[in-house]
Write a protein that binds this ligand. Structure first.
Ligand code: MF3
Ligand code: CO
Ligand code: CO
Length: 274
């Protein structure tokens, strides 16, 4: 039995009667599940820290894949991307105009001024945690640095806004979109955050564009990612038809992304990936 769900079931029903969209039982994690997801988060963070120490100009994105793969395995964990729906590597590495789902390659060499997203998802004892960071290689141009900074702010503003039984998923999208637009940027719509913990991608879908006061009610026990992809130019994107995975900006301008897994608590939320 899901005790966490049983405890709040009646309160959820009240909101449902008032026509709110409310989470399902599976979206409310038990204490035990949350402990497991947090343990996966600790390893996931250690991996991103290890990348931070090692990433530099002259490395290939495949070198990052090897580092992440070996570190994960040596800590008794599994890299979730490997073989996920046919994804061929253990981590996503997305450089400059690549929005997300970059496939590590020996041919893609990092150079001074690049902005790089490394997106790590770790399975530990059956539980999943998912987070990504941006890394700046050497000295980047002002516009690149600003995009990276503002995208991080978008994530932080959304996380800090979460008040259980009050905030709705649409509020998060509204906050992210408003902050990005204020800085002259656009937000990717086709890919979003997601429930996470027992699988890599669970419901609900967490859009990074939204309207205040709409969407699912956020309540304690929910575990999901927020992972805004913010573009310097147009929001439009396309998928690499050769590998079927990597997403690029349509106009070739820069894109940045930061991601955390969060657990909603009684009085706010906890980032479990830092
Ligand atoms: N980590 C990505 C996310 O944030 C998912 C990667 S799926 C993969 O949702 F197959 F590309 F690895
Ligand atoms: Co991710
Ligand atoms: Co994710």
């Amino acid at each position: 039995m899901n005790e966490a769900y049983e405890k709040i079931k009646n309160r959820l029903l009240e909101y449902k009667k008032k026509n709110y969209i409310v989470p399902t039982e599976k979206m409310i994690k038990t204490k035990e599940q949350i402990e497991g997801i947090k343990a996966a988060g600790v390893i996931n963070t250690a991996i991103l820290d290890m990348v931070e120490e090692n990433i530099k100009a002259g490395m290939s994105t495949e070198d990052i894949n090897k580092l992440v793969h070996n570190f994960t395995i040596s800590h008794g964990a599994i890299p979730a991307p490997l073989n996920y729906e046919g994804f061929p590597k253990s981590v996503c590495v997305s450089v400059n105009d690549s929005v997300c789902h970059g496939i590590p390659s020996k041919k893609l060499i990092l150079k001074n001024g690049d902005i790089v997203n490394v997106d790590v998802t770790t399975i530990y004892k059956g539980y999943y945690a998912d987070a990504s960071r941006m890394y700046i290689i050497g000295e980047a141009k002002e516009n690149a640095k600003k995009l990276v900074k503002v995208t991080k702010e978008c994530l932080e503003l959304a996380v800090n806004a979460i008040v259980p039984w009050e905030t709705r998923l649409g509020d998060l999208g509204d906050i992210i979109l408003t902050h990005a637009r204020k800085n002259g940027y656009s937000v990717v719509r086709e890919i979003g955050g997601h429930g996470v913990g027992l699988e890599m991608h669970e419901d609900p879908y967490v859009s990074h564009v939204g309207k205040k006061g709409t969407g699912m009610l956020i309540v304690p026990g929910m575990v999901f990612t927020i992972e805004p992809m913010v573009n310097e130019g147009s929001r439009l994107i396309y998928q690499d038809s050769r590998n079927g995975w990597t997403i690029y900006t349509y106009d070739g301008k820069l894109s940045a992304q930061w991601e955390h897994t969060i657990v909603v608590t009684e009085d706010g939320c906890e980032i479990i990936t830092h």
